[in-house]
Design a protein around this ligand. Structure first.
Ligand code: ADP
Ligand code: ZN
Length: 754
C-alpha cells in the first residue's frame, strides 16, 4: 500500500523496564477510521497478544515495512485519554522522571479492566435485558395468530403496548408470564430484547445531621470578593491560580460551592480535590445539598466495582462536580472548567509509592493545559505555594482573616510540660487539660484530643534485662498496640503477639514507654466513665465506612470525646466542639526534615480550628515542652504571616524550597554493599555535571536506613533549575541501568525527606 500507510505509536501494558517506550504498529485500513490517540488496542507482541494504548498517529515509521506488525483490533472505541491529557502524561513523565508507560496507568479505568479483559475480567459490567414491542411487526401479524391459544403471549403484548421499554424481570413478574412465551415472541420478531448496561447504584449514606437543613448562606464581603475574582477567570476561560488563605472556619467551602455554580452555568464541570478520604462525606453532603444530584465522589478506597462504575459515569459525563482524592485528577472529566484543591498544604497530596507526583503541581499543569482556573485553599498554606502566590503574575492571593459564623476568636492556652511535677500530675493529660475537658462535658459540649502517635506506647522495655523488642526487618523498636495485644512495626507493618512478658528473659516486669493514642484513650475512659470516647486513627479506619460510623457517634447529641491522630485535624465542621486539646507535638519538631516546623504549624492550627466554629466559643489547650520556640509562639498567637516570614528566611539561608527544588534519590536493596556501590557510582555520575549550580548532598544512609529488610541510601539534589536537572538525571539514569538487584526511587519535590 506504500505511502498511505498510517502508523501508530503504542504503549504496551506490561511491566518490564526495557519495554517502557512506545512501539510502532501499522494501522490496517479497515481500522483507520476508528484509530486515534487514547484508544485501547490489541497488538501482537513477542508471540503474544497484548493490550496497548495509542499515543501518536503518524505517516511514517523508521522501521522497515516487514518489521512492523498490524494492530489487531480495537478494544475500546472511545479514547481513555485525549491529546490534552496526553500532554499531561508527558509532563508528569518528564518532571517526575518516570517512564510514560507507568504514568498512563493512572489514566486508565480502575481495575485493570482492559488488560484483564482478554483473560480474566475482574470487574464485570452488569447487563440486563430490556424488552420493547415492535409495533409494525405486531400489526402485520396480529390477525394471523391465535391469541386464545397463546394467551400468555397476548398478556405480554397488552402490557407492552401502552409503554416503552421494560426490564425483562419486571415484565415477567408483572404479567406472570414465562420466559418461553417471551422467547417465542422474540422468535417471531414481535418483541426485541436488548442488553443494556445496568448501572450500579452507590450512594453516600453518611449525612452529617442538622447542618444540612441550614438556611441559605449569604456570602460575606471577603467571600464575595474571592468569588468575584475566581469568577472573572471562569468567565474569561483563562488559566489562573488562586490561593485562598482563610482562617479555619472562614467559609472556604461556600466559596468553592459558589464558584462551582458559575462553572456549571457555563455548562462545564468542576473537580474538587481533597487530601483525605475522611473529609469526603462531609464535603459531599454540603455540595450535594447545594448543587443537587450531579455531584459524585471518587477515591481509591472504594471497592473496585464501585470505582469502575463511577469512572464510567464520569467518562459518560453524568456528573457536573467530582469530589475526590488525588487519583481523581486522572479521571476522564470532559469539559473541565475548574480545579479546586482544598487543604492545599496537605502532604497527602503527594503520591508516595509509585510515580511520586504532587497532585497540586499536576493540577496546576492540567489547568494550564486546559486554560482553566485552579483554586487552592488553606488556613495554613504550604510555604512554597504561598511564596509562589506572592511572586507569580498569574497567581492571586485571597485572604480571609475572619471566621464566617463565630464572632469570638479562639482562646488558646499553653501548658508548659517542663513545669509539670510528674509525681503529682500526668503529663499526658495534665490537670489543666483534665479540668477543661470536664467543664466542657458538663455543658454537654464535645472535645477533640489530638496526638500524632498511633498505638499504646512508643516502645516496650524489659525492666529486668533491658531488652527492647525490635522489628527484625527494620531494626526499629516495635510499638505496642493494646487493642490487639500486639507489637507493631510502624515502618513495615510487621506484627508480633505480645503477652506482656519479655521475649528474651520471660520476665513480666515490662515498662511501656511513651504515650500513644490508645493509652490516652484508656486514661480518658478511666476518668470519664460514662462519656462516649471515640478513637479515630488509621488502625481503626482501615475498615470501610468506619470513620463515618465514628463521626456519627461523635456528633450524636450529648458530651463526647474524639481522640485521634492527624485524621481529626482536618476539615471537621461540628457545631458543639468547644475544646481541642493537643497532647504534644514536640517529638515531631525534633525530626531531621526541614518540613517539620511547617508540618507542626499546620497540624496544630488545623486541629485547633475544629473548636468553636459556630455560636459557641472555642478554646484550645496545647501541651508542650517548648512553649518558647518560635514555631510555638506563632502557633499560640495564630500568626501565620509571621510564621511564614520566619520560615522563609531560614529556608533562604539554607537554600531549601522555594529557593530550590529537591530531588531525593534513594537506592535500596537487601545487600548493603551493593546498595552502597550503586549509590556511589550514581553520585559520581551526577557530580560530573556542574553547570547548574545545584548542590548534591550525600550519599548517606537514609533517615530510616533499613525498612522491611531493605537497606536504603540516598542522595539529595538541591536544584536551581529543576527542568534542567530532570533532563540530566533522566539521561544519566538511562545509561545507568544497573539497578537490577537494587530498587531506585526518585522523588522530585519530596514532601518528606525522612
Ligand atoms: P473552612 O473550610 O474555611 O474551614 P467552612 O467552609 O467549613 O470553613 O465554613 C465554616 C462554617 O461557616 C460552615 O458551617 C459554613 O456553613 C458557615 N458559613 C460559611 N460562610 C458563611 C456565611 N457567609 N454566613 C454564615 N455562615 C457561613
Ligand atoms: Zn518493620
Amino acid at each position: 500500500m506504500g505511502r498511505n500507510n498510517k502508523y501508530a505509536e503504542v504503549y504496551i501494558d506490561i511491566k518490564a523496564f526495557d519495554i517502557d517506550h512506545a512501539f510502532d504498529y501499522r494501522i490496517p485500513p479497515d481500522l483507520s477510521s476508528d484509530i486515534d490517540i487514547g484508544r485501547i488496542v490489541q497488538v501482537p507482541f513477542k508471540n503474544r497478544i497484548e493490550v496497548g494504548y495509542i499515543v501518536k498517529i503518524k505517516d511514517e515509521s523508521e522501521l522497515k515495512d516487514r518489521e512492523i506488525k498490524d494492530i489487531l483490533k480495537i478494544v475500546e472505541k472511545r479514547p481513555v485519554f485525549n491529546p490534552e491529557r496526553l500532554e499531561l502524561i508527558h509532563w508528569i513523565s518528564e518532571y517526575y522522571i518516570q517512564p510514560p508507560g507507568s504514568v498512563i496507568k493512572f489514566f486508565l479505568p480502575p481495575g485493570g479492566k482492559y488488560k484483564q479483559a482478554i483473560t480474566s475480567p475482574r470487574v464485570q459490567l452488569k447487563f440486563k435485558d430490556f424488552i420493547t414491542l415492535n409495533r409494525n411487526r405486531y400489526n402485520q401479524l396480529k390477525d394471523k395468530i391465535n391469541w386464545k391459544r397463546n394467551s400468555s403471549q397476548k398478556k405480554i403484548i397488552d402490557y407492552l403496548i401502552s409503554g416503552g421499554e421494560v426490564l425483562k424481570e419486571k415484565l415477567v413478574k408483572d404479567t406472570g408470564s414465562s420466559y418461553s412465551s417471551l422467547a417465542s415472541l422474540a422468535d417471531k420478531n414481535i418483541i426485541s430484547i436488548v442488553k443494556k448496561r445496568q448501572k450500579r447504584d452507590f450512594r453516600y449514606e453518611y449525612r452529617p445531621g442538622k447542618d444540612l437543613n441550614k438556611k441559605k448562606i449569604i456570602l460575606n464581603s471577603y467571600q464575595k470578593n474571592a468569588l468575584c475574582s475566581i469568577d472573572n477567570a471562569i468567565q474569561k476561560n483563562i488559566f489562573h491560580k488562586f490561593l485562598i488563605e482563610g482562617v479555619t472556619g472562614s467559609g472556604k467551602t461556600d466559596i468553592y460551592i459558589a464558584a462551582c455554580r458559575k462553572v456549571i452555568e457555563k455548562k462545564k464541570r468542576a473537580l474538587i480535590l481533597t487530601p483525605e478520604i475522611s473529609l469526603i462525606p462531609q464535603l459531599f453532603s454540603r455540595f450535594e445539598s447545594e448543587l443537587g444530584s450531579r455531584v459524585c465522589v471518587y477515591h481509591s478506597n472504594m471497592n473496585e466495582a464501585e470505582r469502575y462504575e463511577r469512572w464510567l459515569g464520569i467518562w459518560e459525563n453524568e456528573f457536573d462536580v467530582i469530589i475526590g482524592t488525588r487519583s481523581s485528577i486522572f479521571t476522564p472529566i470532559g469539559n473541565l472548567g475548574m480545579i479546586i484543591l482544598d487543604e492545599e498544604h496537605d502532604p497527602s497530596y503527594k503520591e508516595g509509592t509509585r510515580v511520586r507526583y504532587n497532585t497540586q503541581d499536576v493540577a496546576i499543569k492540567l489547568g494550564e493545559i486546559l486554560n482553566i482556573p485552579v483554586v487552592m485553599g488553606s488556613a495554613t498554606p504550604n510555604i512554597v505555594t504561598r511564596y509562589r502566590a506572592e511572586k507569580e503574575n498569574d497567581f492571586t492571593l485571597l485572604k480571609i482573616p475572619v471566621r464566617a459564623q463565630s464572632s469570638s476568636p479562639l482562646e488558646t492556652q499553653v501548658v508548659d510540660l517542663k513545669k509539670i511535677d510528674r509525681l503529682k500530675e500526668d503529663v499526658a493529660i495534665t490537670a489543666k487539660l483534665f479540668t477543661s475537658i470536664r467543664e466542657e462535658l458538663e455543658k454537654n459540649n464535645k472535645v477533640i484530643i489530638f496526638l500524632n502517635r498511633r498505638g499504646y506506647s512508643n516502645f516496650v522495655i524489659c525492666n529486668k534485662c533491658g531488652s527492647v523488642p525490635k522489628c527484625s526487618a527494620c531494626d526499629l523498636s516495635y510499638n505496642y498496640h493494646s487493642d490487639r495485644k500486639k507489637l507493631v512495626c510502624h515502618h513495615c507493618g510487621r506484627e508480633q503477639n505480645y503477652t506482656g512478658r519479655c521475649l528474651v528473659c520471660g520476665a513480666d516486669n515490662i515498662f511501656l514507654y511513651g504515650t500513644g493514642i490508645q493509652r490516652v484513650q484508656s486514661k480518658l475512659q478511666m476518668r470519664f466513665k460514662d462519656t462516649p470516647i471515640l478513637r479515630m486513627d488509621s488502625d481503626i479506619t482501615v475498615k470501610k465506612k468506619s470513620h463515618q460510623e465514628i463521626l456519627s457517634k461523635f456528633i450524636s447529641p450529648g458530651g463526647s470525646i474524639l481522640i485521634g491522630t492527624q485524621m481529626v485535624a482536618k476539615g471537621l465542621d461540628i457545631e458543639d466542639v468547644t475544646l481541642v486539646g493537643v497532647i504534644n507535638c514536640d517529638s515531631m519538631l525534633g525530626l531531621p526534615d526541614y518540613h517539620m516546623n511547617e508540618r507542626v504549624y499546620q497540624l496544630i492550627t488545623q486541629v485547633s480550628g475544629r473548636a468553636g466554629r459556630k455560636r459557641k466559643k472555642g478554646r484550645v489547650i496545647i501541651q508542650t515542652y517548648n512553649p518558647e520556640s518560635s514555631v510555638m509562639k506563632n502557633i499560640l498567637a495564630n500568626d501565620y504571616e509571621s510564621f511564614y516570614r520566619q520560615e522563609l528566611a531560614s529556608r533562604k539561608e539554607l537554600c531549601y524550597p522555594p529557593f530550590s527544588n529537591l530531588i531525593n534519590i534513594i537506592i535500596s536493596g537487601k545487600e548493603e554493599n551493593k546498595v552502597k556501590k550503586d549509590i556511589k557510582e550514581l553520585f559520581a555520575e551526577i557530580s560530573k555535571d556542574t553547570r547548574t549550580g545545584s548542590s548534591i548532598l550525600g550519599p548517606a544512609p537514609a533517615p530510616f536506613y533499613k525498612i522491611n529488610l531493605f537497606y536504603r541510601w540516598h542522595i539529595i539534589i538541591k536544584s536551581k533549575n529543576i527542568e534542567y536537572s530532570n533532563k540530566i538525571l533522566t539521561k544519566i539514569l538511562k545509561r545507568f541501568k544497573k539497578f537490577d538487584e537494587n530498587k531506585i526511587i526518585i522523588d522530585v519535590d519530596p514532601v518528606w525527606i525522612l
